[in-house]
Design a protein around this ligand. Structure first.
Ligand code: AMP
Length: 298
């Protein structure tokens, strides 16, 4: 069979468990055999360059299922900016040892050619959900996300899949897709892991210089300021306080700061009648695009 199954040689005493596949047929067969044996299978899709934030998803999946499958694939069709795709960090070897350390059972690492022997003709439209924030500023991004996640779901047929709240809009889009297309998959949205100064962990953070790195934490400060302001001020006043706060950090080019309903992501004018409210921010720093959000419940 034309698939790669590498038993990692650095695992001592032959106790090796994590297997790697680079073809859909390989990982499909692995999962289908596991399911036939009555195992519950989880999938954690990633683009690699893994950090503790990613690992938290794997740790939860490990607790809640028998077999944990990870995927590492830098999906070209979700990048609207070729520079971002070209500079996306790739640290495969390190990723694999991190995954092994958290008890991942199998990793699917396809090439772009395997995933897209032909460019998909299907396009996905998520309506209102993709007209705001990331969808608005990254045209075509969620079509690319929807297509790749649907392919990964079909290839790996997991019982459960884990995503991060760090990419809240992505989670909501996938939730919509799972519902609309009846994927029999239970989704979990995991909390955002942060550095000590509050900066959301992200694969892109390594591209920041030591000068820029402290400035990046202003994004989380802005979100907290916004959340606190909502306790006393209107949505419009809170937004303008956040904009004023960001103003002195000229190197941080704000793309958007939105206060929205956390289920629909529609911008809100008034916090009343919204049980969960999302504060979402995106900014560019040294050519690196950073996003973050917090959700408040009332
Ligand atoms: P990515 O490799 O950036 O596509 O991320 C893979 C998954 O990890 C996505 O579901 C992300 O939302 C999630 N993720 C990324 N950063 C974090 C973080 N700091 N905390 C928790 N989950 C994260």
């Amino acid at each position: 069979m034309n698939y790669l199954e590498i038993r990692l040689s650095y695992r001592p005493n032959n106790q090796l468990r994590m297997v790697l596949f680079d073809t859909p047929e390989g990982i499909s067969k692995y999962v289908s055999e596991a399911k036939k044996a009555g195992k519950k299978v989880s999938l954690v899709p990633t683009m690699g360059a893994l950090h503790e934030g990613h690992l938290s998803l794997f740790r939860l999946a490990r607790k809640e299922s028998d077999i944990v499958v990870g995927s590492i694939f830098v999906n070209p069709i979700q990048f609207n900016n070729p520079h971002d795709l070209q500079h996306y960090p790739r640290t495969e070897k390190q990723d694999l040892s991190m995954l092994e350390s958290v008890g991942c059972d199998a990793v699917f690492l396809p090439t772009p050619e395997t995933m897209y022997d032909e460019m998909p003709r299907l396009t996905m439209n998520f309506g209102n959900l993709e007209l705001v924030m990331e969808g608005k500023f990254r045209p075509g991004h969620f079509n690319g996300v929807g297509i790749v996640v649907a392919k990964l779901f079909n290839i790996t047929s997991p019982d459960k899949a884990y995503f991060g709240q760090k990419d809240l809009q992505q989670y909501l889009i996938i939730r919509q897709m799972v519902k609309d297309l009846s994927f029999p998959i239970q989704l979990t949205c995991c909390p955002t892991l942060r550095e000590n100064d509050g900066l959301a962990m992200s694969s892109r953070n390594v591209r920041l210089s030591s000068m820029a790195r402290p400035v990046a934490s202003k994004l989380f400060e802005a979100l907290q300021l916004g959340a606190n302001s909502l306790k006393r001020y209107t949505v419009t006043e809170s937004k303008s306080l956040v904009n004023d706060f960001m103003m002195p950090f000229r190197e941080l080019r704000l793309e958007y700061f939105e206060i929205a309903d956390a289920e629909t992501l529609n911008p809100i004018n008034d916090v009343a009648n919204h049980k969960r409210i999302a504060l979402c921010i995106a900014a560019h720093l040294e050519g690196v695009r950073l996003i973050d959000n917090i959700v408040i419940e009332q």
